[in-house]
Design a protein around this ligand. Structure first.
Ligand code: SF4
Length: 394
C-alpha cells in the first residue's frame, strides 16, 4: 500500500503524549464560588457513566494503567514508580479492583469487555500472583469473552517465560515489547541495555506461548542515534519479523522531565537527521512488507489493522489503533485516561491521591477534555497528531 507520509513532529504532538496538554478542564479559570475543575470533571464523568448504564448492551474497553517499572528510563516522560516493593504493587492492584467495582456500581455488570490493555509502564512488574488477582478480579466484575482484544506492555529485560505463558493463559493476545533502539552506543547513552539476542528470544517465547501478535516499540531522536545506526536497528527489527512496529519520537524536555537531565543534549540528532530517520523507517519497513496505518504504527500487510484500514473501519482510541467496534473506554489506575462519547477523562496522576479518592468511595477523575472523535473510522490521510488520543506505550 502506498501512503503519503507526513512527518509527525510538524503536528505539534507525538505518540505517547499525555493528556496534560491544553484543553483539559483544569486549565479553565474557576469562577468564584463555583465547583472546582476536578468536581466539574467528576460530575461530567458521572453523567457519562449514567448514560452508559442506560445502554447495558454497549460493549466497553478497559485501559488499565500500571505505573511501575524496574527503573525509570532516562528518556521516559511518564509518571513511573521505579523498583517498588511487592506490598506497594499489591495495594495498587486492590485499588484498581476497587475502582472497577466503583465503576460497575455506576454502569452495571452487563457490559461486555471488547478490548483491554495493561500497560503505561511495565505490566510484567506485577508478579504472577498479582497478575492473576488483577485479571481474575476484573473478570469477576465484567464479562471478558475469549476473543476480546487483550494487549499487554512488557519490558523484554524483565519478562520471563512463565509470565508470558501466564499472560497468554489469562487471555492476552498481543504483547508489546519496548525495544527503543538496538545500537550499543545509543543504549549506553540512554542507560537501557539489551541485546538483539534477548529481544529475539522473548519474541520466540511469546510466539511459543501462543501470542497472536507481537509489537516492537522504537524511538527516534535519542542521543547518539545517527542515520547509519538507526538503519542497522531497523534492519535487525525487520529480521525479527514482529507483526507490528510502533515508532515514537523523543522529546527533550529536561525542565519538565527531570530524569532527562542525565542525558547528553549535545549528542541528540538534529531535526534534519530525525526527519531523515523517520523517512528511513518508512522506507525500510514498507519495503519489508509493513503498511503504515497512521501516526506511529506500522503493521504487516495481512494484519487485521491493515485490512480494517482498507475497509474504512480502522479506529484509534486511548489504547491503540483497533479494529474492534466502537466502545466506551474506561481508564483504571493512576493517571489512566478513558473516553466516553467524545470526551477524554483523566484520573488523578499522583498515586497516593488516586488511592485516597478510591478509599473515600470517589471516582478519581480530575480532568476532562472533549475531542473530535478519535474513535471515528479513519485512515492515515485523515489523521493528524493533534486529534489523536494519548497512547500508553511500554
Ligand atoms: S520507557 Fe517503558 S520501561 Fe522505561 S520507564 Fe518508561 S514505561 Fe518504564
Amino acid at each position: 500500500m502506498r501512503l503519503t507520509l507526513r512527518p509527525f513532529w510538524r503536528r505539534g504532538g507525538q505518540a505517547g503524549e499525555g493528556p496534560e496538554g491544553p484543553g483539559f478542564l483544569d486549565t479553565v479559570p474557576v469562577p468564584w464560588g463555583g465547583p472546582a475543575p476536578a468536581e466539574q470533571a467528576r460530575e461530567q464523568y458521572e453523567r457519562a457513566l449514567a448514560g452508559l448504564a442506560a445502554r447495558p448492551a454497549d460493549p466497553i474497553a478497559l485501559a488499565v494503567a500500571i505505573p511501575f517499572c524496574a527503573a525509570h528510563c532516562l528518556y521516559c516522560e511518564r509518571d513511573i514508580h521505579a523498583a517498588q516493593p511487592a506490598e506497594v504493587i499489591d495495594a495498587y492492584v486492590e485499588s484498581l479492583l476497587a475502582e472497577a467495582r466503583l465503576l460497575s456500581q455506576r454502569i452495571g455488570a452487563r457490559h461486555e469487555v471488547l478490548q483491554a490493555h495493561l500497560g503505561g509502564g511495565t505490566a510484567n512488574e506485577l508478579s504472577e500472583l498479582q497478575l492473576v488477582r488483577l485479571v481474575g478480579g476484573l473478570q469477576e466484575v465484567w464479562r471478558m469473552p475469549a476473543d476480546a482484544e487483550m494487549s499487554v506492555d512488557c519490558d523484554p529485560r524483565r519478562v520471563t517465560q512463565s509470565q508470558l505463558e501466564l499472560l497468554r493463559g489469562l487471555g492476552f493476545r498481543l504483547v508489546s515489547f519496548g525495544v527503543t533502539d538496538l545500537d550499543p552506543a545509543v543504549q549506553q547513552a540512554i542507560g537501557r541495555r539489551h541485546s538483539q539476542a534477548l529481544v529475539d528470544d522473548v519474541c520466540r517465547v511469546a510466539r511459543e506461548s501462543g501470542f497472536e501478535r507481537i509489537n516492537l516499540e522504537l524511538m527516534i531522536g535519542l542521543p547518539q542515534q545517527t542515520p547509519a545506526r538507526w538503519r542497522a536497528t531497523l534492519e535487525r527489527i525487520v529480521d525479527m519479523a514482529p507483526d507490528r512496529v510502533a515508532l515514537s519520537r523523543y522529546r527533550h524536555r529536561p525542565a519538565s522531565v527531570p530524569v532527562q537531565r542525565a542525558l547528553d543534549a549535545g549528542a541528540l540528532p538534529s531535526e534534519a537527521e530525525a526527519r531523515a530517520m523517520w523517512a528511513m523507517a518508512s522506507e525500510v519497513l514498507c519495503s519489508a512488507g509493513y503498511d503504515w496505518i497512521g501516526a506511529d504504527q506500522f503493521v504487516l500487510g495481512d494484519d487485521e489493522l491493515a485490512t480494517a484500514l482498507q475497509r474504512g473501519e480502522l479506529r484509534r482510541n486511548v489504547i491503540s489503533y483497533t479494529a474492534t467496534p466502537n466502545a466506551a473506554l474506561l481508564g483504571l489506575g493512576a493517571g489512566a485516561v478513558g473516553e466516553i462519547d467524545r470526551s477524554l477523562y483523566c484520573n488523578e496522576r499522583a498515586l497516593p491521591l488516586w488511592q485516597q479518592s478510591l478509599e473515600d468511595g470517589r471516582l478519581p477523575v480530575v480532568r476532562v477534555r472533549t475531542v473530535d472523535s478519535p474513535s471515528a473510522p479513519s485512515g492515515p490521510h485523515e489523521h493528524s497528531f493533534e486529534s489523536l488520543a494519548p497512547r500508553w506505550l511500554s
